[in-house]
Unconditional design. Structure first.
Length: 213
């Protein structure tokens, strides 16, 4: 969801940075970039590893949430370029699709609503139902089960290294659509396909509809 469907990764990073700065901690840009695609628990652990066990996670979460909600109230959440073109291709071909996210279901649904995407996804597999978060394969395996499609016949679209690792662990072909530049080198090398945006993904699916992925 974040960074692929919604243009939200940069807003999270900005809120995290402001919260850390308020607590007297300044981290390099590469630290924040490394948290792309991480679950909430992974973000918390990364902060503790970087700042020490005494880092006030509760206050950080309060501050970062306040900064983020303030931004959303003022600017909303933008949808990534090409998303609606991709939806059109999926509808025209009758291809089933699912949102598979590390976010909690309530948070995912709220973000989609703020972006004007309520009820767009017929299937949502979220990260708060007892499944291991990405980079474990659990979320993608559950998505394939709910779509009633073998995982090797599902095409995973991801914007982060963590997501690509999860797709590969699940055994699914995957497309890396980087949400930030420069693109993560590991993900670019190991993904089956590297594409600039969802417009390119839509064109790819249209061209390959008669051929296995």
């Amino acid at each position: 969801m974040d960074g692929l469907v919604l243009d939200s990764e940069s807003t999270y990073v900005q809120a995290w940075r402001l919260a850390a700065d308020a607590l007297g901690f300044t981290m390099p840009a590469q630290f924040w970039a490394g948290l792309s695609g991480c679950s909430g628990k992974m973000v918390s652990q990364g902060l503790l590893d970087q700042c020490g066990a005494d880092f006030d996670l509760e206050r950080f979460q309060q501050l970062s949430s306040a900064y983020w909600f303030d931004h959303v109230q003022q600017h909303g959440i933008a949808v990534k370029p090409g998303f609606f073109a991709l939806l059109d291709v999926l509808a025209q071909r009758g291809l089933p699709f699912c949102l598979a996210t590390n976010s909690a279901r309530v948070a995912a649904q709220q973000c989609l609503a703020w972006a004007g995407l309520t009820d767009i996804f017929p299937c949502i597999v979220a990260g708060d139902a007892g499944r291991a978060a990405k980079p474990a394969p659990d979320i993608f395996l559950q998505a394939s089960a709910e779509l009633a499609q073998p995982i090797q016949d599902c095409l995973v679209l991801e914007d982060s290294q963590i997501g690509i690792r999860a797709a590969l662990a699940a055994g699914a072909p995957c497309v890396f659509v980087p949400s930030a530049k420069p693109a993560d080198a590991w993900a670019a090398e190991h993904a089956d396909y590297l594409m600039d945006d969802l417009h390119q993904v839509a064109d790819f699916i249209s061209a390959r509809q008669q051929h296995p992925l």
